[in-house]
Ligand binder design. Structure first.
Ligand code: HEM
Length: 309
């Protein structure tokens, strides 16, 4: 069991609210419920060594566990209805240090504050049948202007034809810290070596309910699946506390390493919690409230699902 602190109240209420909107599926994650775990290795290029003392980014090849997922809390949701997809990576460093890096196929989040996220869930819950109609969407945009950019992006986002052909963004800003104590604001992105490929609506209609995991497992029978990790270097004008904003496209990007996804992980009980605030020396959380809130929300979800609730 993960210990709770006094700050868990909003996290508990948020997880309750997710359950109210989307239902409860005992034993499953309260978001990104449908997913599978894979074994991988990560090899750094060494280019990030001057920014961070974190071993896996600076110099050491490490084993990793990767979980690809659909966004919804209902594990039965057909893959074609999850335009946003998740890729969670847990790097296992020497000395039992862990680095989690959790990404989705959109580069920004819906809100800047946990309370607004909760309020949006509350508003969605009030919609008829929980299905936002056009007038509801307009209401939502008017009430929560910070969420506009993310919702518009999700509306235009195309479904990828494979978990292996998505570009995944960790969204939040983090700080890399080197041996001299110099802190650099950064963002992380995974670039698929297979290239980004999406499906037309017509192609999507032909896909089976679980096409993404079936396709990935078939792909892995033939060859490993690779992603390159890019680190975007922030400048002083780039917000580090606002996951609803992208940084300018022209920022310097360095290629930090390559992830090789090899095969399905032999998992009996899924104890993995990809809490994005679990980081080794050399990487620190930014002042982004959503990032820090995720620790509590994920622990709440874990405590429920591991008890079979
Ligand atoms: C208010 C903010 C958020 C809340 C309340 C929230 C809630 C949750 C919860 C409850 C889980 C299940 C955790 C578990 O049982 O292990 C989860 C998983 C996940 N979330 Fe979030 N989330 C938030 C923000 C984000 C953001 C900004 C991202 C983008 C990177 C994200 C990506 C994911 C992914 C990829 C997973 C699946 C993790 C896995 O594979 O185990 N979430 N989220």
């Amino acid at each position: 069991m993960i210990e709770h602190t006094n700050e868990t109240n909003l996290a508990k209420r948020t997880v309750n609210q997710i359950e109210k909107v989307a239902g409860t599926y005992p034993g499953y994650r309260r978001a990104h419920a449908k997913g599978e775990l894979y074994e991988a290795t990560f090899t750094p290029t060494g280019e990030a060594g001057k920014y961070t003392m974190a071993a896996h980014l600076a110099e050491t090849e490490v084993p990793a566990i990767v979980r690809f997922s659909n966004v919804w809390p209902n594990p039965q949701t057909p893959d074609a209805l999850s335009v946003v997809k998740g890729m969670s990576v847990q790097f296992h460093l020497p000395n039992e240090e862990i680095a989690n890096l959790v990404g989705t196929t959109i580069p920004i989040f819906i809100t800047k504050s946990p309370q607004t996220f909760f309020d949006i869930l509350n508003t969605v819950h009030s919609f008829q049948d929980f299905k936002p109609h056009f007038k509801d969407t307009v209401k939502l945009f008017a009430q929560y202007p910070e969420s506009r950019a993310a919702f518009q992006m999700i509306r235009k986002l195309e479904n990828t034809n494979s978990f292996a052909t998505g570009r995944y963004y960790a969204i939040h800003a983090f700080y890399l810290v080197n041996e001299k104590g110099i802190r650099t604001p950064v963002k992380f992105e995974w670039e698929p070596e297979a290239g980004v490929e999406s499906l037309s609506i017509k192609e999507m209609a032909t896909k089976s309910v679980d096409y993404l995991s079936t396709e990935l497992n078939e792909r892995l029978d033939k060859a490993e699946v690779r992603f390159r990790l890019y680190i975007v270097i922030g400048e002083s004008s780039d917000p580090t506390d606002d996951p609803t904003k992208e940084w300018p496209k022209e920022r310097t990007r360095i290629e930090a390493g390559i992830l090789r996804v090899k095969s399905k992980a032999p998992v009996v009980v899924d104890h993995y919690v990809f809490d994005p605030t679990v980081l080794p020396a050399g990487i620190e959380c930014s002042d982004d409230e959503i990032l820090r809130f995720r620790k509590e929300a994920y622990s709440e979800s874990y405590n429920r699902r591991i008890k079979g609730e």
